[in-house]
Design a protein around this ligand. Structure first.
Ligand code: ANZ
Ligand code: ZN
Length: 825
């Protein structure tokens, strides 16, 4: 086989270049707003860092390409764009290390990846390309920022922030993984700085309810729900030293079991509750836990001290001690909790450690229950005990009643809390969008006037590796206040790159607009994205931020929809040697090396065939060889053109067209490809009519676009494959019975071969002639000419009912459906 391939070596590289050029000349992938139904296919745009693309990229990008190409053939007007998430730390770090400018580094990388993507034959509309590091794009980040400032969605506050001492930047919570920086793995320190935030919490409820109307993988939706973390409960007000202090609880039914109150040791008002006698002890405690604050809060041993103050329980008027503790989160609820050690495990542990009372107020409905000697907190529901007028109520009922009683006294109400925090967007970094504000000693925070946008990122800065390079350009920093014209200082923080990726999908709809962020009509035409494709690692951050931006722009009436991505698909990962294929693992197989050896369509076919697009796969060198042999076999069908399709061939073609189409629709490309391969193998030893091969080529063209064009043109067709209509299957030509009888004939042939072998073994003689006895309704399946060809013997076929048949041993009586009787001489 290998020799044969060498003999007729096909120059895949020439084929690829030829058709890529033709596509470009024909502007075949240009998205046009027309009357046709639209389809917007989008892959998460990449960060331009890699100097090559590996098979993991091929897998990811070919998914979108297959869908885009299929939809075009189905008559949709398709928008399938690509661009680059070009700002960010790596370019800046490379600048520090390699002494190149981040601009230069990025432009090189973008150029390179664009070339590599084109070599994969991806059908992007490159005219709409976005590069987020260009002022034409980030101007609109700044514009959105100003709108958010105007609406009170962008704001500044002093906040405890995660500071990475090695990157010299503030990190968002989600960039801290187990107390370490997500990029460089250094220990993260807690510091207090003024920072810019986006008030995503204003949209918590919409972000939650919107999940119900989009078709996303359930696990992604669930991750977003957990991240938003809606919690329904009550606010209960305790009085401490004559002042009101609310706490948030999901268990107001346990109010009679409160034996102490705990305020977060990071609460800004903690010291107000500390009495002079306890001050020293509290300060010692705070110093002690500060030194351990780098550790993840969850792993912390619960610790605390008494503040000296007492809180009055609003329903019992009982006084309970107020403690401060490290296990209460400062910025959740009110940063203070009512502790019910009998029914909350954290409180139980704390009470045991410091010998605080434990009072049981809920018991299970049926079992015997010794409320006096709990080994651990009883956290389930049941019936109330020790709760005066509420004793005997079910716990759910008690929640209602107790909250109503509190409300009447003005000391409580129902509330909803969210875990979601406002989004910290400022970074003390150079390679990002400058935040368009100016600090004036007289006017305070002054927004840069809209007509002065963009605030351009100055090129002339020093990269020392310490602090923010923007501070080294005094022309940039020292400016006149737009209000009073006095001396002022420009903001040197830049925006997190997640801002850039929060709305780029809108800009693709009108990427060259210099007047406006985008034309509303164009956005309305293309949006929402019909199919979004990207990694599961973006389940929360990017996908939540993008939904938030869409909702904010909706409130500005800039868009008329409130969800950006109707369907989401998470692609599987390519592994090699058991690890994710990546530069850092040193196990990459580049698209270029595979392409040079086998052609890029072979790579695309293989990667789409080994498993469904959502499945992880292990790279396999033998597998690609097999795919290569197959592609050659497919091309050799051209050497055997002619003949007329019989009913069986028509059946097989139409059946395959049906299955391939369904596999594109269901994101199960591998199922379609297996069928396609079976059919190609079937055709390999036959005369292949042109129309049959033509339709087959069209159907597989989304997977193997270059080879499809090549065969299509060799068949003498006019026009590009990409301009053809999808070859719909004809249900009238699908006849499963044909295939059944084909299988029956195959079986019969192998039975005959067996009989011939046995006769030869037993008698040493060769058989001269074979007699076959078939059921009357099956006679047309068993054609003697065909059987003679396949067995190499003379064959006579009789219906069992045939009176004139030759049947010396009565073998006709052995015939069954699909299993004829056999007699040989
Ligand atoms: C009393 C109580 C009794 C509670 C009981 C639970 C069980 P989720 O579902 O996470 O919202 N809590 C409130 N604020 C807190 C904070 N800032 N840091 C740590 N814990 C806090 O949980 C809400 C519950 O977590 C609240 O209900 C409160 O403890 C605690 F048998 O109040 B509970
Ligand atoms: Zn001023």
């Amino acid at each position: 086989m290998a020799d044969k391939i060498k003999e007729r070596k096909i120059d895949f590289s020439a084929i690829e270049k030829k058709w890529q050029k033709k596509w470009e000349q024909a502007k075949a992938f240009k998205a046009k707003e027309g009357n046709a139904k639209k389809f917007y296919a989008l892959e998460m745009f990449p960060y331009p860092s890699a100097s090559y693309l590996h098979m993991g990229h091929v897998k990811c990008y070919s998914i979108g390409d297959i869908i885009a190409r299929y939809k075009r053939m189905k008559g949709f007007s398709v928008l399938y764009p690509m661009g680059f998430d070009a700002f960010g730390l790596p370019a800046e770090n490379a600048a520090i290390k390699e002494k190149t400018h981040p601009r230069k580094y990025t432009e090189n990388a973008v150029k390179n990846i664009e070339r590599l993507m084109k070599a994969l034959g991806l059908s992007y509309d490159w005219e709409r390309k976005i590069d987020t590091s260009k002022p034409e794009y980030y101007k609109w980040n700044q514009w959105i920022f100003l709108k958010m400032l105007e609406k009170g969605i962008a704001y500044r506050k002093k906040a405890p922030v995660n500071w990475c001492p090695s990157c010299k930047t503030v990190l968002a919570n989600e960039e801290v993984i187990n107390g370490k920086c997500w990029r460089c793995d250094s220990e993260v320190k807690l510091e207090h700085f003024e920072q810019w935030f986006f008030k995503i919490t204003d949209y918590a409820e919409e972000l939650l309810s919107g999940l119900d109307k989009i078709e996303w993988p359930e696990r992604v939706k669930e991750m977003q729900r957990n991240w938003i973390g809606k919690s329904q409960g009550s606010e209960v007000v305790f009085e401490i030293n004559g002042k009101k202090w609310p706490v948030f609880t999901t268990r107001p039914d346990t109010l009679y079991g409160v034996t102490f109150v705990v305020i977060s040791s990071q609460h800004p008002d903690l010291m107000k509750l500390v009495t002079p006698e306890r001050k020293k002890e509290v300060e010692i405690f705070l110093r002690k836990i500060k030194s351990t604050s780098e550790k993840d809060a969850v792993d912390l041993e619960k610790e605390g001290v008494f503040t000296g103050s007492y809180a009055i329980n609003p329903i019992t008027n009982e006084k309970v001690p107020v403690w401060t503790g490290n296990f209460v989160v400062a910025d959740y609820g009110s940063g203070m909790v009512m502790a019910v050690p009998a029914h909350d495990q954290r409180d139980f542990d704390f009470a045991k450690k410091y010998n605080l009372p434990i009072k049981c107020v809920v018991k299970p409905l049926d079992e015997k229950f010794d409320s006096g000697s709990l080994k651990e907190a009883y956290v389930s529901g049941g019936k109330l005990i020790n709760s005066r007028p509420f004793t005997g109520l079910g716990h759910e009922e008690a929640k209602e009643h107790i909250t109503i009683a509190l409300k009447e006294k003005g000391l409580g109400k129902k509330v909803v809390n969210y875990k979601l925090r406002d989004w910290l967007v400022s970074r003390q970094r150079y390679w990002g969008t400058p935040i368009p504000v100016i600090y004036c000693p007289a006017c305070g925070i002054v927004p840069v006037p809209e007509k002065e946008l963009p605030v351009k990122l100055p090129e002339d800065v020093k990269f020392t590796g310490k602090g923010n390079p923007l501070l080294t350009n005094s022309k940039f920093v020292n400016v006149k206040c737009p209000g009073c014209k006095g001396s002022a200082r420009r903001e040197t923080d830049t925006l997190a790159t997640f801002v850039d990726s929060s709305w780029y999908y809108l800009r693709y709809c009108d990427s060259k607009n210099a007047e406006k962020i985008f034309d509303k009509k164009k956005v309305e035409h293309w949006m929402p994205v019909d199919q979004y494709i990207g990694g599961i690692e973006h389940a929360v951050l990017h996908l939540l931020y993008a939904r938030f931006f869409t909702k904010f722009l909706g409130d500005l009436k800039l868009v008329g929809f409130d969800e950006p991505f109707m369907r989401l698909f998470n692609q599987g990962i390519v592994h090699k040697n058991g690890q994710r294929m990546s530069k850092s693992h040193g196990n990459t197989v580049t698209a270029e090396e595979i392409s040079n050896k086998y052609g890029i369509d072979t790579a695309r076919l293989f990667i789409s065939f080994v498993a469904g697009p959502d499945k992880d796969i292990e790279w396999d060198d033998h597998g690609i060889e097999g795919a290569f042999r197959f592609v050659n076999r497919f091309m050799r069908l051209l050497d055997n053109l002619g003949g007329k399709a019989d009913r069986l061939m028509e059946h097989k073609l139409n059946k395959t067209l049906q299955i391939i189409e369904k596999s594109y629709q269901d994101f199960e490309f591998n199922k379609g490809i297996i069928n396609f391969m079976d059919l190609v193998n079937y055709l390999s030893d036959k005369k292949v009519p042109k129309e049959i091969l033509g339709k087959l080529v069209l159907a597989i063209s989304p997977v193997m676009p270059h080879i499809a064009e090549e065969i299509w043109s060799k068949l003498g067709n006019k026009g590009l494959v990409i301009e053809q209509e999808w070859p719909s299957f004809n249900p009238g030509k699908i006849d499963e019975k044909l295939e059944e009888s084909e299988r029956a004939v195959d079986k019969t042939v192998s039975d005959i071969v067996n009989v011939l072998r046995i006769v030869k073994e037993k008698s040493g003689k060769d058989v001269e002639k074979i007699y076959l006895y078939v059921l009357p309704n099956e006679t047309e399946n068993y054609n003697s000419e065909m059987l003679e060809k396949r067995t190499g013997k003379k064959v006579e076929v009789y219906a069992v009912s045939d009176k004139k048949k030759y049947d010396p041993e009565g073998k006709a009586s052995k015939a069954r459906p699909g299993k004829p009787g056999i007699y040989v001489e």
